[in-house]
Design a protein around this ligand. Structure first.
Ligand code: ZN
Ligand code: ZN
Ligand code: ZN
Length: 643
């Protein structure tokens, strides 16, 4: 760029004849009134939108209209910002979708003449009422409540100005004025229009206002379950999402039968209940897991495009039993009779032995052999699936009946008949089933367990409330919850209560446990500093840095236990007792001194604790049945515009 100052030649005035700014304007001055502020949408033609803005008073310019009807309980209009307004094409453009809403205003003359309506300045303003949890963010959990430019609302563009001035055309209309809502769900916006103060008004009137638009998101779900299974709509999960301004819309449901599955999987999906549950019924239930879950996400059952225009549709695959195939340990047993009962050694496997094994094409017996003597072991032959039977009345889901006469092989001679006098020793390693309560996988596929017979009077795995929690939790995973460090929406800090491992699979929230630490202090990392000034018998000591230290926490000063009473500033810690400290003493706060060492994923599983978040890693009898207040903020800024 040149450093010399070039002067732009001044342009001749190009104002139109009707403009009030025209130098040739004659007296008396024309007086104006603001006649309309309408919301508009361009489909095959421009239409005005009934609902939030006032009805159009002169329909000669914009003849047709449509109505937006989705409202909050408080009468404000929902704007589903995560959905493309042209999801069904421009001819069906949805004014209530996307962040952009378009308005136009119209002026008329005080004397009702229709000439010289152009060039009148109209001032558009927006007012934002922040979502409640954005107005008073907890500085410890969310220091930066200031949205990034892209996340803010404004005229003309994301993060645009809060006001804009537009001129009218010859007919008295402004061009369409775009306003972009913020990205924080629950934020409310109202738009107003008035004559610019420089305009000669016939009467000064208050601005025309729209009702409020509220930032929402929306997604759909389908319920997929076995025919005859009494699945229920997860209305409490819907409520939990409402609290973060996300609408869960129930669409079609799909009941599957054995015939919907490939041949081999039919018998590995529908089991008599006693096969997977102690004292289970003699009726068939669906068992879904790693072995067959993909089947329910295929087009035959998952109607991805029903209804039309629903781009984010989860598939809730609801079953009474969710089990993954695993393998037992190799156990040795003594058999004193055919039909004798053995309890399989689970090892790292699951707690259920069912027949057939879950995995497609697989046999139940992984390794099976018999010997007449325990030591030395002489393999006399093999034990195969037909030798094992699951007893309807078994006392434990790991027990099987073993009958060598039903197909065991012998390398030489006959298969022995075991008796107390002549027991036969057997080695068995079998396929097992490991039980779970929910999982999200693939694109929008959610496995969730619901047991209609479970106790609803108290917290119980897979009862109605827990099923709802599972649905909300697994959908949460689908929507990036709990965000791992640096995976959260821009402008937010790392989720302070996020953890992986510690007994769970995926990323979870430890809100309940956190209450153990008092005062909502966020403790997730070890902190260490040193004393920088000697002080004798003092309660307040000077340290290099107080970063990471918290009130009420135990620390070690030069190896001896102290408790922090207050973090006074960036270099001073006040303790509950006075002591003498020397320069260079180490001050350490260790997470391993707390009930759960969050730094070590192998140690100290968290235990259920009052107030547990729905994003806790497993069933908690102390679950609040809600997203905690920390998770809510993350959900309210989560994009949700792709799976
Ligand atoms: Zn619509
Ligand atoms: Zn999880
Ligand atoms: Zn949480």
């Amino acid at each position: 760029m040149s450093s010399s100052n070039t002067k732009t030649p001044s342009k001749p005035s190009t104002t139109s004849g009707g403009s009030i700014t025209s130098a040739s304007q004659e007296c008396p001055k024309i007086k104006y009134l603001l006649a309309d502020l309408v919301e508009v949408v361009v489909q095959n033609e421009e239409k005005w939108v009934k609902g939030a803005a006032k009805n159009l008073t002169d329909t000669s310019a914009i003849k047709t209209s449509l109505e937006r009807t989705d409202k909050n309980q408080d009468g404000n209009f929902k704007q589903y910002i995560n959905i493309d307004r042209d999801v069904e094409g421009q001819d069906k453009r949805h004014p209530e979708y996307g962040r952009e809403i378009t308005f136009r205003a119209r002026v008329k003359r005080g004397d009702n003449k229709t000439e010289e309506l152009g060039g009148v300045k109209i001032l558009f303003k927006s007012r934002c009422k922040k979502a409640a949890n954005r107005t008073t963010p907890d500085s410890k959990i969310w220091i930066d409540a200031n949205l990034s430019v892209d996340q803010r609302g404004g005229f003309g563009s994301k993060g645009g100005a809060a006001e804009t001035t537009v001129q009218t055309d010859d007919k008295g209309w402004t061009a369409p004025v775009s306003f972009f809502l913020s990205q924080y769900a629950g934020d409310q916006f109202g738009i107003s229009a008035e004559l610019d103060p420089s305009v000669n008004a016939a009467r000064r009137r208050p601005p025309k206002l729209t009702k409020k638009y509220v930032v929402w998101r929306k997604f759909w779900y389908q319920m997929t379950y076995a025919k005859g299974f009494a699945a229920v709509q997860p209305v409490k999960a819907e409520e939990a999402y409402k609290e973060v301004f996300a609408e869960m819309v129930k669409s079609c449901q799909k009941e599957f039968e054995e015939g919907d599955l490939p041949n081999d999987l039919q018998k590995r999906t529908f089991f008599k209940e006693y096969q997977v549950k102690k004292s289970g019924r003699d009726i068939k239930v669906a068992v879904i897991g790693a072995h067959n879950k993909e089947e329910f996400g295929k087009g035959k059952l998952y109607k991805k495009d029903d209804p039309k225009g629903a781009p984010f549709k989860a598939n809730l695959i609801i079953c009474e039993y969710q089990c993954d195939p695993t393998c037992s340990a190799l156990g040795k047993f003594k058999l004193e009779a055919n039909g004798g009962v053995v309890r399989i050694t689970p090892g790292g496997g699951g707690g259920i032995v069912c027949k057939p094994a879950l995995s497609p094409g697989s046999k139940l017996v992984v390794k099976g052999e018999w010997s007449k003597t325990l030591t030395p072991w002489h393999r006399g032959g093999n034990i195969i699936d037909s030798c094992l039977e699951i007893d309807k009345n078994r006392s434990d889901t790991l027990t099987v009946k073993v009958d060598l006469s039903k197909g065991a092989t012998a390398t030489r001679g006959a298969v022995p008949v075991p008796s107390p006098e002549h027991p036969v020793y057997i080695k068995l390693k079998v396929e097992t089933a490991k039980s779970f309560l929910g999982e999200s996988f693939g694109v929008g596929q959610i496995l969730c367990v619901y047991r209609p017979g479970a106790d609803n009077t108290k917290p119980t795995p897979a009862n109605e409330q827990d099923y709802n929690n599972t649905v909300a939790h697994e959908l949460g995973h689908m929507w990036n919850q709990v965000p791992e460090p640096h995976q959260q929406p821009a402008s937010m800090h790392d989720h302070p209560l996020q953890y992986v491992a510690h007994g769970g699979s995926g990323s979870h929230c430890r809100y309940g446990m956190q209450l153990l630490y008092k005062k909502n202090a966020i403790v997730s990392k070890d902190a260490r500093t040193t004393i920088t000034k000697c002080a004798s018998r003092a309660t307040t000591h000077t340290v290099a840095s107080t970063t990471g230290f918290y009130k009420d926490h135990k620390v070690k000063v030069n190896g001896s236990s102290k408790t922090v009473l207050e973090v006074k500033d960036t270099t001073h810690l006040k303790f509950t007792e006075s002591f003498t400290a020397k320069k260079g003493y180490a001050v350490e706060q260790k997470m391993s001194d707390y009930p759960v060492d969050w730094n070590d994923s192998n140690q100290n599983k968290p235990v259920p604790y009052n107030g547990d978040c729905m994003m806790y890693h497993s069933f908690s009898k102390k679950c609040s049945n809600k997203f905690c207040r920390i998770c809510k903020a993350y959900l309210q800024l989560q994009d949700m515009s792709s799976f």
